[in-house]
Design a binder for this molecule. Structure first.
Ligand code: KG4
Ligand code: ZN
Length: 319
């Protein structure tokens, strides 16, 4: 089954062609980061207009690269929520028009489900699965007993982890989106700054990152006022250590409690090297638990993951 996926929920315009939920024939991603960088974050109105400019071109590129014609396609899958409404509408309208014009089945996809299903490109699913969702807008631990059965065990009570990375990085003077740059700096620093490790209740799978973010901002403000030097690499390493330690501990606790066979990591922060290393080490100590991260190119927003999630939604509907 050949699925055409469309993603435009934030600042990436993407169209992909994926066979049987697994084989990526094309995944064209046009990133608007350079446009938004100067503003220090995504400007919704600008994002919508960039999608309008690029969407047809990205469709054409994807069809060309995959070497397919519309008549070869069995299903069109598009992100419909969550996201910036003006941006979403561009992808939704293009996808629906394409499906209607070529008489192809159409399915709505939730963006977070897409991030989780990005892992299926890497590895088959072995339920029960625990998904650690870490993106710019979401931080959640989700239990999946089967395809499309999502039970939220815990979530952030304030900032999403990617959001905390971006805000901390911005105050450090790093470009948007700063997560990747904070990660790189962290690898060159030492954990010399004392920062909080926020666990909330012992048995809670919820997260909170705003206190940690404020603690980092306070250190930077105080040093600036006193004209003291800040070791940015050490501060990045200390911040990353606080984030990653809590994410890993809660993930391992939930994996044990629910006796999962597999842990999958989803969303942009799945690209984080500190998280990849620490979680791999912790999961290695568990017996018979497989750990899957998406390939780096499928961690941040892309349409291949939407095509995979759409494929499963459609297959389940027709069983
Ligand atoms: O999943 P995503 O592309 O968009 C949302 O659905 O939100 O995630 C983007 C987020 C941004 O906050 C970005 O800074 C963060 O993922 N990110 C990282 C890394 N690469 C991307 N955060 C930490 N370390 C990274 N290596
Ligand atoms: Zn995303």
């Amino acid at each position: 089954m050949l699925v055409l996926g469309v993603e435009s929920s934030c600042d990436e315009t993407s169209v992909a062609l994926v066979k049987d939920g697994k084989e990526v024939l094309a995944n064209i991603v046009y990133s608007q980061i350079d446009t938004h960088k100067v503003f220090g974050g995504v400007v919704p109105e600008v994002a919508s207009r960039e999608h309008v400019k690029k969407i047809i071109y990205v469709f054409e590129q994807a069809l060309q690269e995959a070497n397919v014609i519309p008549q070869d396609i069995d299903l069109v899958a598009v992100t419909t929520t969550p996201g910036l409404i003006g941006s979403l509408l561009v992808g939704i309208n293009a996808a629906k028009a394409f499906a209607l014009a070529h008489n192809i089945r159409y399915v709505d996809v939730n963006h977070i489900d897409g991030h989780i299903y990005a892992n299926y490109i890497e590895s088959d699913f072995d339920f029960p699965i625990l998904a650690l969702v870490v993106s710019g807008g979401h931080t959640e631990l989700i239990l999946m007993k089967d395809h499309y059965q999502f039970e939220v065990l815990g979530q952030t009570l304030d900032d999403a982890v990617g959001e905390a990375y971006d805000k901390v990085g911005r105050v450090m003077g790093l470009d948007y989106p700063a997560g990747m740059y904070v990660d790189r700096l962290a690898q060159t620093g030492n954990t010399t700054y004392k920062l909080p490790f926020v666990y909330l209740d012992k048995d809670s799978y919820n997260f909170s990152f705003s206190g940690l973010k404020s603690a980092v901002l306070n250190i930077i403000n105080k040093c600036n006022m006193k004209k003291e030097a800040i070791n940015i690499a050490d501060l990045a390493a200390s911040f990353q250590n606080s984030v990653v330690t809590v994410l890993v501990d809660k993930t391992i606790q939930a994996a044990k409690a629910h006796k999962v066979n597999q842990i999958v990591v989803a969303g942009g922060v799945a690209a984080n090297q500190g998280l990849r290393k620490a979680l791999s080490e912790a999961v290695n100590k568990l017996e018979n638990v497989k750990l899957t991260f998406p390939k780096m190119k499928y961690c941040t927003d892309n349409a291949a993951m939407i095509a995979v999630a759409g494929y499963f939604k459609d297959v389940l509907k027709t069983i």
